[in-house]
Design a binder for this molecule. Structure first.
Ligand code: E4P
Length: 225
């Protein structure tokens, strides 16, 4: 499972990239608005920071297919042809997805709440389909179960589309999908930091340090021995 950062705050992305093995960055219009910066200013900085090989997902905002194609053109002109164009899984979006795939774009179907949306996006040739785990949970359904069902639909129908699960609020949701072998999860920096936030881990490391320093002296490590 790929691990992707769901944010457009450059400082936070920089910090996560320094300490965690991540595969890229996803954004959406609300995330861009939260950055308070002009879209292509912040996106260009993110692209430069993560490099051409990392995944960058940027959402088209036009409401109709023709406009989505123009958004996609502009996105890839500025951020590179490898950039994934996020397209909502609605009828205008399906039309855009089919046209984009014909032109060789990378496509991430987004705003997915139901397996049927994902199935249709897969039939349109989308590379990824992004179900919103926590938002589905908040509607009284089970977001993780929906993502697993979508994964199974893709495999059983031999569709190459992968699940890119989004909208996480805790590490258990991510772990369950990792165990299931979905394609990718995009997670906000504060949730990524929760993955290993565990007092037992820190206590174990503190004990090792104390024992070792008791042997060789305070502040010393193996390089000093
Ligand atoms: C990503 O593609 C989604 O837009 C995003 O993860 C939604 O997350 P939220 O439900 O935390 O806003």
């Amino acid at each position: 499972m790929k691990l992707i950062i769901d944010d457009a705050n450059v400082d936070k992305i920089k910090k996560i990239c320094e300490f965690y093995p991540v595969d890229g960055v996803t954004t959406n219009p609300s995330i861009l608005a939260k950055s308070g910066r002009q879209p292509f200013d912040v996106l260009t900085e993110i692209r430069e920071l993560i490099g051409e090989k990392a995944e960058l997902h940027v959402q088209a905002v036009a409401a109709e297919a023709e406009g989505m194609l123009l958004d996609a053109k502009r996105i890839t002109e500025v951020l590179g042809r490898s950039t994934y164009i996020k397209i909502p899984a609605v009828p205008e979006g399906f039309k855009a997805m089919m046209a984009l795939k014909k032109k060789g774009y990378r496509v991430t179907a987004t705003a997915i709440y139901t397996p049927m949306q994902a199935y249709l996006a897969g039939k349109c040739g989308a590379d990824y389909a992004a179900p919103y785990i926590n938002r589905i949970d908040n509607m009284g359904y089970n977001g993780v179960a929906v993502a697993k069902k979508i994964h199974d639909i893709f495999k059983k129908n031999e569709l190459p589309t992968e699940v890119l699960a989004a909208s996480f609020k805790n590490s258990q949701q991510v772990l369950e999908l990792c165990e299931y072998g979905i394609g990718a999860a995009t997670v906000a920096p504060d949730v990524i930091e929760l993955f290993v936030k565990n007092p037992a881990i820190n206590a174990a490391i503190d004990d090792f340090t104390a024992d070792f320093e008791g042997l060789v002296g305070s502040g010393k490590s193996l390089k000093d021995c």
